[in-house]
Design a protein around this ligand. Structure first.
Ligand code: IPD
Length: 272
């Protein structure tokens, strides 16, 4: 099949899995030599040479298999245009965790066909977890701790007061001040808050029921694309405020009833 033919989601998932695993192995093997080579939106928003090396590897693997596809990567931006298939790549989500030797970081690869995300893979090597989903095919976890592949379903029927809610913070001081106010208002109303440090993994935690909900403002397409499909295929609603698409303004993921409660709570605090 050439790169211009309409592929099956399963084919795209297979390519994403092999590229994500390989990038995860590279990142794991070379972590000791990771160093900050650039800052982006603020001095704390860092890029290491391994973010770039992992993205280069993923781009090479995708382009070798499907040369006509376009690719949007966190580090390299958009390459190619007008292709039916676009890959959305975060080569290292959770760069700060990675730099500090914390285990919550992941390689995130999604594939869109005609603007719709149809395949998503989030590989968290130090957690021995590979989350995968394809449109209409469910969300799955391949874990090094258990045999085979397990189908995921998000937690349902959890009221906000009993919910374990994950969130994250951006890198800019003004954005963090707003995020701090939101989390301060929410904390007395929920079971507890978690801040793991990698948005793609947070979305997969919603899918696997390791948290009940997740929200964050300031996210980009590469943070959301793969993990968002995993969460949706596990039964979660993944959306922004008032029916808008998830993205920079806000991303909320939870089972439908909890989504509505969290959405209303966040509307009361941050507006929108
Ligand atoms: C970040 C992580 C973090 C989230 C930030 C993201 P990066 O991605 O996902 O958990 O709170 O909003 O920017 O910078 O490590 O790729």
């Amino acid at each position: 099949m050439t790169g211009s033919a309409r592929p099956q989601p399963g084919e795209l998932v297979g390519l994403a899995c092999s590229a994500a695993r390989e990038a995860g192995e590279l990142l794991t093997a070379r972590r000791d030599m990771a160093a900050v080579v650039q800052t982006k939106s603020s001095p704390t928003d860092v890029v290491t040479q391994l973010d770039r090396a992992a993205e280069d590897l993923i781009r090479r693997r995708i382009s070798a298999a499907r040369p006509a596809d376009s690719i949007l990567g966190e580090e390299g931006g958009q390459t190619g245009a007008g292709a039916a298939v676009r890959w959305i790549v975060d080569p290292l989500d959770g760069t700060v965790n990675y730099l500090y030797g914390l285990p919550t970081w992941a390689v995130s690869i999604a594939a869109e066909v005609d603007g719709v995300v149809v395949a998503g893979v989030v590989c968290a090597p130090l957690q021995r977890s590979l989350y995968l989903a394809w449109l209409g095919g469910g969300a799955w976890l391949e874990s090094g701790w258990e045999p085979g592949r397990r189908r995921l379903a998000c937690n349902a029927g959890v009221p906000l007061a009993d919910a374990l809610v994950a969130t994250g913070f951006g890198y800019q001081a003004s954005q963090r001040a707003t995020q701090g106010r939101a989390v301060a208002a929410l904390l007395p109303k929920v079971r507890d808050i978690r801040r793991a440090g990698a948005a793609a993994v947070d979305l997969c935690y919603v899918a696997s029921g390791q948290v009940d909900a997740y929200y964050e403002s300031g996210l980009h397409a590469w943070d959301i694309a793969a993990g968002g499909l995993v969460a949706r295929e596990a039964g979660a609603v993944v959306a922004g405020m008032h029916g808008r698409e998830p993205g920079e303004e806000m991303t909320i993921a939870a089972s439908p009833v909890l989504f509505a409660q969290l959405h209303d709570q966040l509307t009361a605090v941050v507006g929108g």
